[in-house]
Ligand binder design. Structure first.
Ligand code: ADP
Ligand code: MG
Length: 354
């Protein structure tokens, strides 16, 4: 039962869904959609006890261009919360910012945060505490693949199975659902960042050209692919020649970038295949009808859906608005709280960090 006061607060307060991603943090607010979409970066001053200098877009712009005492950190880089305090500071900054965007003074928000699947109890507690510290009235956690599936509109509550492959920056999460629960899941540390790394390695090995991660990412997004393109393309990459030490530019083709991406793509496809191998046959039969849904930024890699379709013989497609599925899905839980609360992750009592 809700008290009349809680009911009244509920009418006016913000319902907020947060995607705490390894590459990007998104905040969705009920009735408004995505209000924040910024890189999960924090710049701290090492000389002043890790004082936060900037967060998000501003911090990402500082990467690689700051004095020695300033360090730019991705606190969730590998899907684990490597630095609690910094993650807390980042969450606090984004929640406060979302709350400030309202024009009227309103009660504190109810928040659902998507967390990488497989994080430890201590990490869960840290995210919960950070969310409450940041001024939430209620904080709930949900595993990212579940939020992604809800955001993508998959019917995960039904007996009929469905499958999501969420490819982010640091991790790829594969999950098969039935009756609202995860039946099979896989989480690997191969995703968008590793693809960028593949391209850096390829350019170094083939052309002795050292390019930055940013250029590699640009090449991946603009001309990268996992399957032969209808029209192959080229682009110019700039870097430093490792033999002469001089700046150099080099034209590369989409065929070369596809070859470069091959190692990561293959690992992702193999992971999907492994998950299918372990899925009970009745659910596999369902998946042959419902298909495989790709989400996350990496899911948008050109030709990846087609590649998976061919390799595992199940129709694969990219979710609409693949980058915002987790944030929208997390927010959606609060809109239909009574029905969807069972998708949330519980916290063990008494666990604590520090
Ligand atoms: P996370 O959930 O881990 O924060 P995201 O879902 O935000 O990650 O995805 C970020 C990753 O997606 C980055 O590695 C980025 O380079 C990659 N990405 C974004 N758009 C594309 C695209 N069109 N093609 C391939 N990769 C993409
Ligand atoms: Mg994600």
């Amino acid at each position: 039962m809700v008290s009349p006061l809680d009911w009244l607060l509920g009418l006016f307060s913000l319902d907020v869904g947060i995607d705490l991603g390894t590459a990007n943090t998104l905040v969705s607010v009920r009735g408004k959609g995505i209000v924040i979409n910024e890189p999960s970066y924090v710049a701290v001053d090492r000389k002043r006890g890790n004082q936060v200098v900037s967060v998000g877009r501003e911090a990402k712009l500082m990467a690689g261009k700051v004095p020695k005492n300033i360090q730019v950190i991705r606190p969730l880089r590998d899907g684990v919360i490597a630095e609690f305090e910094i993650t807390e500071a980042m969450l606090n900054y984004f929640i406060t910012k979302a709350h400030e965007q309202s024009f009227v003074p309103i009660p504190r928000p109810r928040v659902v945060v998507g967390i990488p699947s497989g994080v430890t109890e201590v990490e869960k507690r840290a995210v919960y505490d950070a969310t409450m510290e940041a001024g939430a009235r209620e904080a709930h956690l949900i595993e990212e693949p579940t939020a992604a599936a809800v955001g993508a509109g998959l019917p995960i509550g039904e007996t009929r199975g469905s499958m999501i492959v969420d490819i982010g920056g640091g991790t790829t999460e594969v999950a098969v659902f039935s009756l609202g629960g995860i039946v099979i899941s896989r989480s690997i540390r191969v995703a968008g960042d590793e693809m960028d790394e593949d391209i850096v390695q390829y350019m170094r090995n083939k052309y002795n050209l050292l390019i930055g991660e940013g250029s590699a990412e640009k090449a991946k997004i603009e001309i990268g692919s996992a399957y032969a393109m209808v029209e192959e393309r080229t682009m110019v990459l700039r870097g430093r020649n490792l033999i002469t030490g001089l700046p150099e530019s080099r034209e590369v083709s989409s065929i070369e970038i596809r070859e470069a991406l091959q190692p990561s793509v293959e690992i992702i496809v193999d992971t999907v295949r492994d998950a299918l191998d372990e899925t009970p046959p009745e659910l596999v039969a369902d998946l042959m009808e419902s298909g495989i849904c790709l989400a996350g930024g990496g899911g948008q890699l050109n030709g990846l859906a087609e590649r998976i379709t061919r390799e595992v013989n199940i129709r694969t497609w990219v979710a609409e608005d693949a980058l915002t599925c987790v944030a929208r899905g997390a927010g959606r839980i609060l809109e239909d709280y009574d029905n969807l609360r069972r998708l949330l992750v519980g916290l063990e009592r008494g666990s604590t960090h520090h």
